[in-house]
Design a protein around this ligand. Structure first.
Ligand SMILES: NC(=O)c1ccc[n+]([C@@H]2O[C@H](COP(=O)([O-])OP(=O)(O)OC[C@H]3O[C@@H](n4cnc5c(N)ncnc54)[C@H](OP(=O)(O)O)[C@@H]3O)[C@@H](O)[C@H]2O)c1
Length: 263
């Protein structure tokens, strides 16, 4: 994810001064190929030179990483952005020795192809100028929006964070059905993808509500109406809502689990 963000920033402004820090040499070699990016295996060295620091380690490693970084963060006072799912700013502040200039971001995997969707939350210690700096890496790889309450990041996680998998699942089912009906795997795959792309493009280009777009393509007595009726009878809408509820609940549980390991 860090490479996707840096790639987007470099494409937008090749003169960006980026420093990558990672104990893993292979990751650094790949990062070093991004324009003029500097690389280091020493997090302290990266922080000493940075105005903005993006923490992009796995959530389970965040505590140890922050605790090790705390002295350098307190000394240099950079703006910190965490992209770790489920780690609250409360935990981050504690692990970073009280540093409060923090933003949490919840990006999603389409950021890898510059079509991401990111929800951001800033602590009250973050200025308007900091907010602009914080959203820049995510703007470079897709759509961004701020939430004013941290708990809303659970809703963001359930919608856009986990959302790509819901669409993959839907496309998978449509593709398999096409094959069952006699289309080749390739034909079915291409039709599923083109349809998803087309629907998203239409919804983006048109200001009509989604429900109106759906009604517009549903002729009375036609095939789409038959399909949608069967899907509603099968409680498709209910299943999707239940799934998103489960994702939001799990996001809350993970935040609690990581938060309990706060000391
Ligand atoms: N992938 C997504 O779509 C997505 C979406 C939203 C949020 N996120 C969040 O993004 C974060 C990163 O996810 P990812 O999928 O990009 O994980 P990843 O591929 O494992 O990247 C994490 C990188 O951090 C390195 N690292 C480990 N310890 C470090 C340390 N002490 N100092 C500096 N670097 C260190 C890892 O090295 P090693 O490989 O050697 O451990 C690895 O290269 C996670 O917190 C995740 O919750 C990801």
């Amino acid at each position: 994810m860090a490479r996707a963000l840096a790639g987007g920033m470099t494409r937008k402004d090749p003169a960006q001064a980026l420093i990558f820090s990672d104990p893993n040499r292979d990751q650094l070699d790949a990062a070093g190929r991004l324009g003029e990016a500097q690389v280091t295996t020493d997090n302290d060295e990266a922080i000493a030179a940075a105005d903005v620091v993006v923490l992009a380690v796995k959530p389970q490693r965040m505590r140890e990483v922050c605790k090790a970084l705390a002295p350098a963060v307190l000394k240099h006072q950079p703006l910190i952005i965490s992209i770790a799912a489920g780690i609250s700013t409360r935990s981050l502040v504690q692990w970073l020795g009280g540093h409060e200039r923090l933003v949490r971001a919840m990006p999603n995997t389409p950021a890898l192809v510059s079509e991401g969707a990111t929800g951001l939350y800033a602590t009250p210690a973050v200025s308007a100028e900091d907010r602009d700096h914080a959203r820049a890496p995510f703007d470079a790889v897709g759509y961004t929006m701020w939430v004013e309450e941290e708990d809303l990041l659970h809703a963001v996680t359930a919608l856009s964070g986990s959302g790509p998998a819901y669409f993959f699942f839907l496309m998978e089912i449509m593709e398999a059905h096409g094959v069952e009906q006699g289309l080749s795997a390739e034909q079915s795959h291409s039709l599923a993808l083109a349809t998803a792309r087309g629907a998203a493009a239409m919804a983006s280009a048109d200001e009509k509500p989604l429900s109106q777009l759906r009604t517009d393509v549903t002729s009375p007595g036609g095939t789409t109406e038959a399909a949608l009726r069967a899907m509603v009878e099968g409680q498709l809408d209910r299943s999707i809502r239940d799934g998103m509820d489960a994702a939001a609940r799990r996001s809350g549980e993970l935040a609690e689990e990581y938060g309990r390991r706060r000391s």
